[in-house]
Design a protein around this ligand. Sequence first.
Ligand code: C5P
Length: 183
Amino acid sequence: ALAQASIDAGARTTLVSGPVNLQAPEHARVVAVESAAEMLDQCLQLLPDCDIFIACAAVADYRPAAMEEQKIKKGPEQISLLLVRNPDIVATVAASDQRPFTVGFAAETHELLAHARDKMSRKGLDMIIANDVSDRSIGFNSDNNQATVLWPDGEQTLPLSNKSAMARQIIALIAQRLESRSR
Ligand code: C5P
């Protein structure tokens, strides 16, 4: 929905996406990836030509330390998988030399705005969209969403709406902030 809204607003849009069951917008350039490391690598390659970076992928925080070539055979009652941290893509982009206007998302279950503001500052973002995922009627697996958009010196709550309408409002706010920054 964000890629479509961005195209509709006139931006040349590249969608870097993991394996999903969603149709990509017709006019988006699509870069298909399968892992967090690959997503980071592709995003960094795109940065020289990028003014706005929106990190809306739900990237896994950890990955298995070892990849098995073969099926793991059934054996003991319990086995352990060692997980190692994935790179934080949006934080890496925000810290890069060719830093675009960088937008992230925060899915929280409590103290929504305080945690989102803290995440924005820790990851060095220009904007963050805070989602209350404790409310099952919105967000995950729902076509409707309600969110608050935060930037370092302001915030705006977006009313409950479908994800396409919400994406258009987010893109409009990004354009507003970018414009006020360049004034
Ligand atoms: O830290 P947390 O996963 O809650 O932050 C969510 C934000 O960080 C989202 O914008 C998500 O796309 C981004 N993220 C990332 N790389 C990761 C994990 C999350 O860019 N490895």
